[in-house]
Design a protein around this ligand. Sequence first.
Ligand code: SME
Length: 160
Amino acid sequence: MAYKEVIYPAEKDGFYALLREQVELYTRDSPDLISALANASAVIKLAFSEANWVGFYLVDGDGLKLGPFQGRPAVPRIGYGLGVCGTAWKRREAIAVEEVACFEGHIACDCNTHSELVVPLFAGGEVCAVLDMDSTVPAYFGEEDKRGMEEVGRVVERFF
Ligand code: SME
């Protein structure tokens, strides 16, 4: 299926409704988890003009391993409770960081990053992965984005 450019509404409800539709559309025929997450990361990255990294870390034993993403090369493994990703896993809740330099234990992958949003995904009541987004703009992600991206995450949870 050829990708068709869409114009996202500036207003958040409309933005996240369209983003959920787009993620559903481009993951629908995925043969497996990796294919689904690869297209999901591409669709999400295209939706956020100021996101410099969008991707997934998958729970693997006592750590997270790097999964499909869009952006610069990133750290391949993150321990439970470490960094923003490992902390979101431990807390079982989304974390929006306005300025990564102020988050103790933040793991830097791209020195241009200022803000970050990490949303845990669940399978069978347990965290199975986290969706990680970085931006070069300070405080780029707010409370509405936390809630919006949690709903977007739900769209791919069925692949786990
Ligand atoms: N900043 C993350 C590490 C992953 S990169 O941002 C892609 C963290 O602190 O967990």
